[in-house]
Design a protein. Structure first.
Length: 371
């Protein structure tokens, strides 16, 4: 599976790991369109269109919606560094790698961080958030991961959002592995700051981080007493470029914007609801197949976009992944943290979430596990 007609001599993979996912040819073609200046009227039109498309995919009317230059982690950092001033209190829900990362980012931004923890693989209970808000009434922001890619846990948000707003705090949500694959409703769920990445369920190469901020989040940024502690990610300057003023801040990754626009168009041509239903159906098909092979899901509430299953006792999980890659060209992910060496993470994100991929992976796994 390594022969190829690719000009860079890269293998054709089937990407079923924790991201990136397979990129549709239309998106790759968009990436290869002629580079124009980042202030060219033709490019500014594409930015505006991308912004509109992002609003529809986030299901928001937020004016402050943009694609931050950088991967999903840049989106995380942009949200935290703009909302937090040194000395502010932030509660961060931690039940896997990405909650841990958000707590680290908040700490680096000078926040006094209150961790709300749950065991890896479990979701954060609303009671735990309520207790943290009660113990720390000055909490300004509550950060939580909607789709914890390191464990496959799918975090419900509505009840937690109500608690956060009742306490007068802002809700920050990591939707990196849910946007474009699972239901994300920024306005209905009253999410104040939400970020994602291009290479998960949007099926675009890595490189941009969609971000949206509610009017309350923007007001919090406008009433900061100190400058944002990052020049590159300062939203008050970025908005001058994304808004009508078009003030140069940094050179936009022009071709990546073409690619993101195309990826978002594909998402909306399919329709958000049919797309979410496709992710559900393919997850159900994979789950039935994996369970019939005797494999067990680790999280009680699994994502449809990322399937985290325990590797069977006595099986060399790394060898199985290696054979999937070498013999079938299929990439799946390894376990992280407490699941290192003990689990597989199988992504069914965006363009990779197909019946064909599910059945191919199941057939390959069946053959490999038999030996
Ligand atoms: C992948 C991921 C990130 C980080 O995104 P990068 O593109 O790797 O920087 C953050 N949060 C979650 C939940 C992710 O799955």
């Amino acid at each position: 599976m390594t022969e190829t007609c690719d000009p860079l001599d890269l293998p054709q993979r089937i990407l079923m790991g924790p991201g990136p996912s397979d990129v549709p040819p239309r998106v790759l073609a968009a990436l290869a369109a002629p580079t124009v200046g980042h202030l060219d009227p033709a490019y500014l039109r594409i930015m505006d269109q991308t912004r509109d498309l992002l609003r529809r995919v986030f299901r928001t009317a937020n004016e402050m919606t943009l694609a931050v230059s950088g991967t999903g982690s840049a989106g995380m950092e942009a949200c935290v560094v703009n909302l937090i001033e040194p000395g502010d209190e932030m509660a961060v829900c931690v039940n896997g790698v990405f909650g841990t990362r958000m707590a680290d980012v908040a700490d680096r931004c000078g926040a006094s961080v209150h961790k709300v923890e749950a065991e890896w693989g479990r979701v954060i209970e609303p009671d735990a958030v309520a207790a943290a808000l009660k113990a720390h009434p000055r909490t300004k922001v509550v950060g939580i991961v909607h789709a914890e890619t390191s464990t496959g846990a799918h975090q419900p948000l509505e009840e937690i959002s109500r608690l956060v707003h009742d306490a007068g705090a802002l809700l920050l949500v990591d939707a990196v592995t849910s946007l474009g694959g699972a239901d994300v409703r920024v306005d209905d769920w009253r999410i104040d700051a939400c970020y994602s990445g291009t290479q998960k369920c949007l099926s675009c190469p890595p490189g941009l981080a969609p971000v949206t901020l509610s009017p309350a989040a923007v007001a919090a940024i406008e009433s900061r007493k100190s400058k944002v502690r990052s020049w590159y990610l300062d939203v008050s300057m970025l908005r001058q470029y994304w808004g009508q003023a078009r003030v140069y801040h940094h050179t936009a990754p022009v071709n990546m914007t073409y690619a993101l626009r195309e990826a978002l168009r594909i998402v909306l041509e399919e329709g958000l609801d049919p797309r979410i239903a496709r992710h559900q159906a393919n997850h159900a098909r994979l789950r039935a197949g994996l369970e019939s092979l005797g494999l067990r899901y680790i999280p009680a509430r699994s994502l449809t976009t990322l399937n985290c299953v325990a590797a069977p006792e006595g099986v060399d999980e790394a060898a199985v992944r290696r054979r999937l890659l070498e013999e079938y060209g299929i990439e799946i992910g390894a376990g992280l943290g407490p699941f290192k060496g003990k689990a597989w993470r199988i992504g069914l994100m965006g363009h990779s979430s197909t019946v064909r991929n599910v059945d191919l992976l199941l057939a390959a796994l069946r053959l490999i596990l038999k030996r």
